[in-house]
Design a protein. Sequence first.
Length: 240
Amino acid sequence: MTFNIHHAPGTDDVLDLQRIADVVRRSGADVVGLQVLDNHYSGRSNWADQPAELVAMLGYHVVFGANIDNEPPAPGGHRIQYGTAILSRYPITESDNTWLYKSPGQEQRGLLHATLDVRGKAVHFHCTHLAASSQTDRLQQTPQIVDRIGNTEPAILVGDFNAVPTAPESKPLQTAYADAWAHSLYGRGDGASFPAEAPTERIDDIYTTDEVKPLVTRVVHADPTASDHLPLISKVVVTP
């Protein structure tokens, strides 16, 4: 699953991280890439450690990638962080976060990677959130992602790409990987996930390498008020 949680205030402006956890739990997703999480970031999320709170609610393993990482406001305090996370029912054996290209004035974005132990097989799961307001940045970021993932197999890439699949910046991803929604044996709906309450844009995507076969991919409409994006989920098979 990929899910931009918008630091947990829903479309009703109510800050409710439990609502996000409920959407994930009801979906049955084994692995989730989350975008726009706060970790002691500001009062907008009550200074919460959102990755840790989600783990407490769901019982998954977690890694967090801080793309904004500022000094604590007072000595001995928590660092001020914002970024992405990967939640997994499977053990996470390794992880790293790579910062992506950023032009002046733009927000830092990254590629979070976790190696999962899926019944003894290493599966590489990547989560990203590309620049929202700069196509120039996205045109640099997508080739970086392809280079970073390289020939690693099997691998899954999820995220909020802030670009439709036909956009120029999406071409490196569409060329290197299978777009799960387009390549599923059983795709459902039009794949649009934004804005949540009346989605028209397909900007939240799941990509797979050759050893991962998407079977069923769909947008999750369980609670359109939970975030400004709807989650996208895909059932996949990892080949031996």
